[in-house]
Structures are given as C-alpha cells and as structure tokens.
Design a protein around this ligand. Structure first.
Ligand code: ZN
Length: 292
C-alpha cells in the first residue's frame, strides 16, 4: 500500500515520476485543435496505454491527462460543463494503470487567464481549481500536480483550493526561462526562490519546476530553490531540451542517455522526485531510473 509521497521522500528515497503526456497523445493520434482531456472519455484505452507505459518504465507516480482540465480551458472546446466528469475519468484511468502501489498525481495546468489583466477574479480561479481538484480526488488521485505555473497568485489559489477542499497532497511546479547566466524567471517575472517560498506559504507539500529548456538548467533552478528552502521535497519534470523543428517535425534534442547522465547532479542539487516533461518518453524514464 502507499504512504504519502512526502513520507516516502523523508526516508531518503529518490522517487521517479513520469514523462510527457502531450507529445505522447499526439503520437497516439490526437490531432491539433482537438481537446486532449476529452480523450479520457472518447479514447480511454489510448490514455491508459500512456499511463501504463510509464508504470512499465518504472515510474513511482504517474500524472493524469488533465493538464487543461479547468473550466477555463475546457470552455474553449465547449466542454466547461463537463469538468467533473472529464477530470474524474482522467484520475480513474491513471489509477487503473498505477494499481494500489503507485501514486497518481492529478495534473492541473494554468487557466490561461491573467489576474493582473483583470481577465478573471480570484474567486473565479479558486472555484475553477476547486472543482477540478475535487474531481481528481474522486477519480482516485493521491495528489495534485499544479504545474507550468508562472504567476504566484494563480498558483497560490490552486494550492489553497486543493488544500481547503480535498485531502490530496499538493505538488506545485513553476516553469522558468533562462534570462542570463544562472538567472531564471517565470513568464511573470518570478525567480525560483520566490516561487518556492510562495508555494510553501500557500500550503504546497512538494515544490519544483517543470518544462523549460532541459535538465541542465534545472540543476541551477533546484539549487536556487534549495537556497531558500532546505526541507520541502522538490520535484523536477524537465523537458528533453528545447524543441526544434526538423523536416516539419518537432524534435527534442536530449536523449535518454543525456538526461540519465545529469540525473546524479540534479539529485545532488536537492531534487527528490525526478521525471520528464515535453519530449520525454518511457525510455527517458527508464534510463533516469537506472542511473539513480
Ligand atoms: Zn513541458
């Protein structure tokens, strides 16, 4: 049976998360312009194959196909009234693949709405995250993975909405871009240190970074988070480098071996949970797992 993720981390164990979902869904036939999350209802078998392939690769935890599962994202496809159904299905599918011994971390991505621009109110964001988190818990998730965040206020509302309405553990990761030597900021101008402090203050149990431009930069990002927070577990979901278009196809430059070689350094920098984001495959996960 499963303990809490944070309890497992406290024993000193390095945990392995999963790799990309978005790129994998496209490989399975998702067309651009289609709603990825609707596949939980229309193609549950395909979604489960992705989840299963990460479990088979050795992931200790897998995400859910619910990154764009808030009402604000689903609204774009005319599906805003199906948030609960779609997210519950997402969690159920990943739980089926994970069984009773692996963790399911329910993906929650940004809403695409900007508080600073007055697109939405804090109450509207809170309510959207609340509905999604409750559905993920109902479908069998152990945690939420609030990810690709760039705005502290939006991330904090997602954290609070989860904390106040579910029993789920809370992972919160931000996406940083390199703006200079050892200098990283989110799109909204937040440093790794400030993101870490704000996420913990809002109630996150696990903090970290995802996406971005490769595992190497993550080493610095993790160190900068560790400088301000010695104890909170850190999760890293790195892209397989910065995507390039070659012959009309998007390719990611970092091979499983390249990412495997950097895994030791990222652990040394203070990461406790390692996985991948865009462009990473079950093979990346397998090699990273083997290298720890
Ligand atoms: Zn990514």
């Amino acid at each position: 049976m499963r303990t809490k993720i944070t309890t497992a981390v406290q024993t000193g164990k390095i945990l392995i998360s999963d790799g990309a979902w978005g790129t994998f869904l496209h490989q399975k036939g998702l067309q651009s312009g289609e709603c990825p999350e609707l596949w939980n209802i229309t193609h549950p078998d395909k979604v489960k194959e992705i989840a299963q392939s990460y479990i088979d690769a050795g992931s200790d935890m897998i995400e859910t196909n619910s990154f764009g599962g808030t009402s604000f994202k689903l609204e774009y496809f005319g599906l805003a009234d199906r948030v609960s159904e779609i997210n519950e299905a997402a969690a159920r599918i990943s739980r089926e693949a994970a069984g009773e011994n692996k963790w399911v971390i329910g993906s929650i991505g940004p809403t695409g709405k900007m508080l600073v621009m007055g697109d939405v109110t804090e109450v509207e964001l809170y309510e959207a995250f609340k509905t999604q988190a409750i559905a993920l818990e109902k479908g069998g998730a152990d945690a939420v993975c609030i990810e690709t965040m760039s705005d502290i206020d939006e991330a904090s509302l997602a954290i609070q909405a989860t904390k106040e309405n579910t029993k789920l553990e809370i992972i919160a990761t931000f996406t940083f871009e390199a703006t200079g030597e050892n200098q990283f900021y989110t799109m909204m101008g937040v440093t790794p240190g400030d993101a870490a402090i704000a996420a913990v203050q809002a109630g996150a149990n696990i903090i970290g970074a995802n996406c971005g431009n490769g595992l190497k930069n993550m080493i610095t990002i993790v160190s900068q988070m560790r400088e301000v927070d010695e104890n909170t577990p850190i999760l890293v979901h790195a892209n397989a480098g910065l995507p390039k278009v070659e012959n009309g196809k998007t390719v990611y430059p970092e091979t499983p071996e390249m990412m495997g070689e950097l895994t030791g350094q990222i652990i040394q920098a203070g990461a406790n949970i390692i996985g991948g984001c865009c462009g990473t495959t079950p093979e990346h996960i397998r090699v990273m797992k083997a290298s720890i």
